[in-house]
Design a protein around this ligand. Structure first.
Ligand code: ZN
Length: 244
């Protein structure tokens, strides 16, 4: 079975639609690694759009928790805090209840996979930013592989005898990971931070143990116009141009 792996949609409906359109016939399952909302202008619509697809697995992210008031907002920078409070006011009671039930970590012994939003050590907060961090996270999960989000950077780290190595890949091509222990991040749908402004996602072939990263362009200007008319901070609009 091929699973569409999404993370960090961040209320960007245009990016989500572009990803769903791009991936349309390529997957049979859908797993989401958290942060459906926060930063972007369409939190309620994004949650409803994703729910309509009935993802088998759906994690909570720190921005989801912030919008629900489950995190101390003073731990966010001023723009993220403003957006979290604005987001909280846009969500329906049903959406709040649904997001409130999500967990930031799921262990799937049957599929031999672990899913976290941040890291297996601290699933809500910790950022796996480099190979050194990745190396220290391999002992925090039992399964062969762990999927994570939160950094908004598409990446895969392979466990080695002395540490972890960041693997090279070609977007659009299957990366064979059978027999390796790895940590992988599909990148962010709605706010990429690797210098590429296009929406990011991944496909995971569970039988073959292979992973494919994909990028897709979307209508950034339309999202920026919505961010500005909602009165959200200008930087949240501007950064989408740069993928940062
Ligand atoms: Zn995020």
């Amino acid at each position: 079975m091929v699973v569409l792996i999404l993370s960090d949609i961040h209320a960007n409906l245009e990016a989500l639609e572009a990803v769903l359109d791009d991936a349309r016939d390529a997957y049979e399952g859908l797993w989401f690694l958290g942060d459906a909302v926060g930063y972007g202008p369409d939190p309620e619509a994004c949650v409803q759009r994703l729910r309509a697809l009935e993802p088998e697995l759906w994690l909570a992210g720190n921005h989801d928790w912030a919008a629900l008031g489950k995190l101390d907002p003073s731990t966010f920078n001023p723009e993220a805090r403003f957006a979290a409070e604005w987001t909280g006011r846009q969500l329906s009671a049903a959406t709040r209840a649904f997001l409130d039930e999500r967990q930031p970590r799921l262990d799937l012994p049957k599929q031999d996979l672990t899913l976290v939003h941040g890291s297996p050590r601290h699933p809500i907060w910790e950022y796996i930013l480099d190979a050194g961090m990745a190396a220290s996270c391999f002992s925090a999960f039992e399964t062969t592989a762990c999927l994570f989000g939160h950094t908004h950077v598409p990446v895969v780290y392979e466990e080695g005898v002395d540490g972890a190595a960041r693997l090279r890949y070609q977007p659009g091509e299957w990366l064979d990971l059978a027999g390796t222990r790895f940590l992988a991040n599909p990148g962010s749908v709605g706010q990429p931070r690797d210098g590429d402004a296009r929406a990011s996602y991944a496909l995971l072939d569970l039988e073959r143990g292979s992973l494919r990263f994909e990028r897709v362009a979307y209508d950034i200007a339309a999202v920026q116009a919505k961010i500005r008319s909602a009165g959200l901070p200008e930087r949240l609009a501007a950064r989408l141009d740069f993928g940062w």
